[in-house]
Design a protein around this ligand. Structure first.
Ligand code: UDP
Length: 464
């Protein structure tokens, strides 16, 4: 019997990258004969260009690993609210297309995998009688814990936590503190979607998480413990399969990589806020001034400012390479031309972090960025913007001690604070300790990744 896996990624590179990596791994190491990855997107050409030419060319040659795009028409759709509610709404709309795309497959899949935002599509596996259905969590085990635990609480209890800002005590793992929320009813949509996802996760046959023991030992142990999160999961097994990270392409050409070739070892601060992150105009100015004031070399992937939505770049079709950089301080590019490089919109992050000149990473702490920094041994300056990034920032700074955290709670982060936090990581004793810690973690996660690769297929898919 041919073993075929169908995987579905919700919109955004943060979901596409790990789903594609899992797909490749099922094929190369876990005995699958064929893998089809469906990428849901509102803009196929943008997604194609972001995923990169290299991968697409490989795909054309390869009939065992097939990538298909599911183009969504989002016109007329209510895309207000948080990123989570927007993406959940998009995935809901995509279900009929996912169903017919899976039905059209020449070879019926025996395994169906969706990411955390696509759990509503698990019904497709049930309807089509696909043997096994799994969820891939593209973020931390801690966030999975938060989601499933939230789903086990009633709304009253949850609102109480929100309104008095009391930490949510998740069994067997670090409590989650909410931001101060004046009116919890504003969060109804977000809470409803999160609770729905939490309930759907436990209808799967198994849950893969893009993490490993050395990153989240306590949370992973809690999932294995029937007195703790194991109970909340109602017997659904949780497998830490990470880090699933796209390997750096050794021969890739890019102006930022050429520039890094000319810089000393570990001297450059790389600045990027993921695929969706956007700063306000004032914050962009302040960051530019801060970078200039530090005097450190920097490589910055810059985006046009957005005033109301820190995840604005996710769906920003207007952003393109030819846009002027007139939102940066007057004369900034000229004054910093000997120490800094600014590129617009997008850069090959994995290759940049793997470059020996990169010495620090100012990051929004999207989970893929966190993992990519760790597998390349680069300490971080954690600057969370949206979604679960504050939890990720907490994890890397307070628990793993591989990052310094920017205080994002007081509006605009001032240039003086940016200087202080960059110096801490690049120059001070504390930073040396972080660098040592992240290099140790790099070694440990690499060992765990190899161990995960040799896990037999049966261990993941033959459970009852
Ligand atoms: N990425 C990249 N170049 C960029 C910005 C992002 O290659 O200029 C990649 C990054 O390496 C990561 C993904 O896009 O694999 C972003 O995922 P993450 O979880 O860090 O953040 P998100 O974009 O989902 O907020």
């Amino acid at each position: 019997m041919e073993f075929h896996g169908a995987l579905v990624a919700s919109p955004g590179m943060g979901h596409a990258v790990p789903v594609l990596e899992l797909g490749k791994r099922l094929l190369s190491h876990h005995g699958f004969d064929r893998v089809t990855v469906f990428l849901v997107t509102d803009d196929v050409s943008r997604s194609k260009s972001l995923i990169g030419k290299t991968l697409m060319e490989k795909e054309e040659e390869d009939t065992k690993f097939v990538i298909r795009f599911i183009q969504l028409d989002v016109s007329g759709q209510d895309l207000t609210g948080s990123l989570l509610t927007k993406l959940a709404e998009m995935m809901r709309k995509a279900i009929p297309q996912i169903r017919s795309a899976v039905m059209d497959l020449e070879l019926k899949p025996s395994v169906f995998v969706v990411d955390l935002l696509g759990t509503e599509a698990l019904v497709v596996a049930k309807e089509l009688e696909i043997t096994k259905k799994h969820v891939l969590v593209t973020t931390s085990a801690w966030f999975l814990a938060f989601t499933v635990y939230m789903a086990s609480l009633d709304k009253e209890t949850l609102y109480k936590h929100l309104s008095i800002n009391r930490a949510l005590l998740i069994p067997g793992c670090t409590p989650v503190k909410f931001d101060r929320v004046q009116d919890p009813s504003n969060y109804v949509r977000e809470l409803t979607e999160t609770q729905r996802i939490g309930l759907e996760v436990v209808t799967a046959d198994g849950v893969f998480v893009n993490t490993c023991h050395s990153l989240e030992p306590v949370t992973i142990s809690s999932f294995l413990d029937q007195e703790n999160l194991g109970r909340v999961m109602r017997g659904v097994p949780v497998y830490p399969v990470g880090p699933l990270v796209r390997p750096a392409e050794p021969d890739l050409k890019h102006e930022m990589l050429d520039w890094l070739d000319l810089q000393p070892k570990e001297s450059v601060v790389y600045v990027s806020f993921g695929s969706g992150g956007a700063l306000t105009a004032e914050q962009t100015m302040e960051l530019a001034s801060g970078l200039e004031m530090t005097g450190f070399r920097f490589a910055w992937v810059v985006r046009p400012p957005a005033e109301d939505d820190p995840s604005a770049s996710m769906f920003d079709k207007a952003t393109n390479q030819t846009e002027p950089l007139d939102f940066l301080p007057y004369g900034f590019l000229d004054r910093t031309k000997d120490i800094g490089l600014v590129v617009k919109t997008w850069a090959p992050q994995e290759e940049i972090l793997a470059h020996e000149a990169t010495g620090g990473f100012v990051s929004h702490c999207g989970w893929n960025s966190v993992l990519e920094s760790i597998v390349n041994g680069v300490p971080m300056i954690a600057w969370p913007l949206y979604s679960e990034q504050k939890m990720n920032a907490w994890l890397v700074s307070e628990e793993l001690k591989i990052a310094a955290r920017v205080d994002v709670g007081n509006g605009v982060v001032k240039k003086e604070e940016i200087v202080e936090v960059v110096k801490k990581v690049m120059d001070e004793e504390e930073g040396k300790e972080m660098r040592k810690n992240v290099k140790e973690l790099k070694k440990k996660t690499a060992e765990e990744a190899v161990k995960n690769l040799s896990t037999p297929q049966a261990a993941y898919f033959n459970h009852n």
